[in-house]
Structure formats: structure tokens, C-alpha cells
Write a new protein. Structure first.
Length: 93
């Protein structure tokens, strides 16, 4: 995570904005460091409702649970951010 992501996680308040930003950072990391193009593209095209019923790739579910132990996160906002982060990386291609 970036310095901003780490600073935000220190905030113990539950907020949609915090959850979104943490998800955004994590989505970028996953897309840039772990995903192949086709998997990245597949996830970038999902909407939030589909993503709620679709397993996140690799260990992304575990990352969410671990991050949630550091600071409370809202799942929907986190997923919105995660997909936005993945979409940002897809646009670079």
C-alpha cells in the first residue's frame, strides 16, 4: 500500500471514503503486480452487485479481511474502490 493508504488505515473510524480509498489502492496493486490482462479485464467489467457474488481473485478476499482487522472497512465501498483501481490500470493498456 502507499503511504496514503497506510495513513488512512490508522484511522479507526468506519467510513465509506476510507474504505473506497483503501480498495482503490489495493485494486491498483493487484492489477499492476498480480493480474494478467484477461483476468484484469474481466474484473474491470463487473459491477458491484456482480462482484459481491463473485469471488475476488487470488488472495484478495484474504487481503480485505486482513485490512479489516487493522481498521474497520465497509465491503461495498471497498469493492467500488477496488474495481476503480483495476479499471485505472486497464486504461493504461
Amino acid at each position: 500500500m502507499s503511504d496514503l493508504g497506510d495513513k488512512i488505515l490508522r484511522n479507526q473510524d468506519n467510513s465509506e471514503t476510507k474504505s473506497y480509498i483503501v480498495g482503490l489502492e489495493r485494486g491498483r496493486v493487484w492489477a499492476e503486480d498480480y493480474a494478467d490482462y484477461f483476468t484484469m479485464r474481466e474484473y474491470s467489467e463487473l459491477n458491484i452487485e456482480e462482484l459481491l457474488h463473485f469471488d475476488l481473485p487470488n488472495d484478495e478476499d484474504r487481503h480485505f479481511r486482513l485490512l479489516s482487522t487493522e481498521s474497520p472497512l465497509e465491503l461495498r465501498a471497498y469493492l467500488r474502490g477496488w474495481v476503480a483501481g483495476v479499471r485505472e490500470v486497464v486504461k493504461k493498456y
